[in-house]
Design a binder for this molecule. Structure first.
Ligand SMILES: NC(=O)C1=CN([C@@H]2O[C@H](COP(=O)(O)OP(=O)(O)OC[C@H]3O[C@@H](n4cnc5c(N)ncnc54)[C@H](O)[C@@H]3O)[C@@H](O)[C@H]2O)C=CC1
Ligand SMILES: O=C(O)[C@@H]1CCC=N1
Length: 257
């Protein structure tokens, strides 16, 4: 996810490569990022912590405690960075305990950020002033839309838009398989499936139609669509989507505790 944000930030010239320093323990990863994006790299997290105005935390929640403990206290060179966390589940209370007095913005982006079509929810911590929030938003608005939510909703955001690209990708893959089963060549089926999802999303966005209204418009009486919709309902498609978001939300809560 860190790379998704990085690639778009550079493509949009929100930052120059020379202004970005990335810490990663994997040498192969460091070499790749330096070569691909021209950014500075280091294996020492403290170097990033000492040199930055925005410190993006893009590690796994499972290693948060060990990474935070090993960092020196921030702001010793006079500039206190804004910490922008994208960690699933990790609450502001835990982040603020690890970095006392530091402005922290908890956020949940998603992978469409890579192409500037992301959506990120943010929740500011107790030390965050308007200028800190602006700094965080500048980073996130370069990769898509930004919405502010109460922190209590961040796990639900994670279950929906954070994890959602995987659900949508599975849907596109499954539609493609359906087309293949019905006799379409795979390449044509894949093109039809992808554009159907993209086109429907664009249609709903541009017309502000309620999804149910759009479904009704496609569904001719006694026609093909209602036959397909009836099968989706029989298979519990809606329920599967609702339960997927719920399960991911609960997992996000677990990761933070
Ligand atoms: N993948 C996604 O779609 C999204 C992920 N996130 C969050 O982003 C974070 C990263 O997730 P992914 O990118 O999926 O995982 P990832 O495993 O692809 O990336 C984690 C990176 O952290 C590096 N790393 C490991 N230990 C480190 C350490 N001690 N110090 C510095 N770097 C270290 C790894 O080498 C790796 O490059 C997680 O907290 C996740 O909840 C948030 C939104 C969406
Ligand atoms: O699967 C995960 O834990 C991360 C958080 C949201 C999307 N990917």
């Amino acid at each position: 996810m860190g790379e998704a944000l990085l690639s778009r930030l550079i493509a949009r010239a929100a930052y120059q490569p020379g202004e970005i320093l990335i810490s990663d323990p994997m040498q192969q990863r460091r070499e790749f990022l330096a070569q691909q994006y021209g950014v500075g790299v280091t294996a020492d997290n403290s170097e990033v912590a000492a040199a930055t105005e925005v410190l993006l935390l893009a590690i796994k929640p499972q290693v948060f405690e060990s990474v935070a403990t090993a960092l020196p206290s921030l702001g010793q060179n006079g500039q206190v960075p804004v910490i922008l966390s994208i960690l699933a589940g990790v609450p502001l209370s835990k982040l603020e305990r690890a970095f006392p007095g530091v402005p922290i913005v908890r956020s949940m982006p998603n992978t469409p950020a890579t192409v500037g079509a992301g959506i990120t929810a943010i929740a500011p911590g107790t030390q965050v002033q308007p200028e800190h929030l602006d700094r965080a938003k500048t980073v996130l608005q370069a990769v898509g839309d930004v919405v502010q939510v109460p922190e209590s909703l961040m796990d639900a955001v994670t279950g929906l838009s954070g994890s959602g690209p995987a659900y949508v990708a599975i849907f596109i893959e499954a539609l493609t398989d359906g087309g293949v089963r019905a006799g379409l060549p795979r390449a044509i089926a894949a093109q039809l499936a992808l554009q159907t999802v993209l086109g429907t999303a664009t249609l709903i966005q541009e017309t502000q139609l309620h999804p149910a209204e759009l479904k009704d418009r496609v569904t001719s009486p006694g026609g093909t669509t209602i036959a397909g919709v009836a099968q989706l309902e029989k298979a519990g498609f809606r329920s599967a989507c609702i339960e997927a978001v719920q399960a991911a939300t609960e997992r996000s809560r677990q990761l933070g505790s």
